[in-house]
Design a protein around this ligand. Structure first.
Ligand code: SF4
Length: 202
């Protein structure tokens, strides 16, 4: 059987394992920062994630079913979190148009105010990343974008809004091209959460 990346002996001789363990450590950082913010605000981590997501994404994505996929949790988990946010007056339900079984989650004025503070939960990570050189940033970004794409292709990461999966993207002989922006994209211009993203027809 293949050795686990967490096998501390074999890990030392295997760069793949070290990268996997490194990514796991970084995922722990985000969990810890979210929990710190949760304790400070009396919100749960998933409630914070919903508030931040709703702030920056178009209304058609701000639905229970989409949020469940985005955060890899069940629809009842999102519904419960939204119910508490409604009680706290931080979000409101908006009509989803033709779909009467669904609703769009929008922020109230109080919701907008609280997001200004809680969205800073990742600032300790940003302040370290800012210290990297342009070459380091470019290299790490390309690796991350590729990894996210591969994890989506293999079914591990369900929802993505990256160029590689977008209807407007074309991999041309001389590089990447966006038919929405009508321009070539350098490696660092590839987006991993694009507001103009449109899924390829299945
Ligand atoms: S619309 Fe956005 S996600 Fe799609 S190819 Fe253009 S930049 Fe990339």
């Amino acid at each position: 059987m293949k050795k686990s990346a967490f096998d501390i002996e074999s890990q030392q001789e295997n760069l793949t394992s070290k990268v996997v363990v490194g990514l796991e450590r970084i995922s722990e950082v985000f969990k810890a920062l979210l929990w710190d913010q949760a304790k400070a605000t009396g919100l749960s981590p998933i409630q914070i994630q919903i508030l931040v997501f709703v702030t920056y994404h178009k209304p058609e994505l701000c639905k229970v079913s989409y949020l469940a996929q985005e955060f890899n949790v069940t629809k009842p988990t999102i519904s419960d979190a939204v119910r508490v946010l409604l009680l706290k007056g931080l979000v409101e339900k908006k009509d989803a148009g033709q779909d009467s079984r669904s609703y769009i989650i929008g922020l109230t004025e109080s919701g907008h105010q609280i997001v200004t503070g809680i969205e800073q939960f990742a600032a300790p990570v940003s302040s370290q990343v800012e210290k990297m050189s342009a070459e380091q940033l470019s290299s790490i970004y390309k690796s991350l974008a590729d990894l996210i794409y591969q994890l989506n292709r293999s079914g591990v990461l369900s929802v993505q809004r990256t160029c590689y999966l977008c209807n407007f993207y074309e991999n041309q002989e001389d590089g990447h091209y966006c038919h929405f922006l009508k321009q070539k994209l350098m490696e660092t211009e590839i987006r991993i959460d694009c507001p103009e993203f449109e899924s390829k027809p299945s």
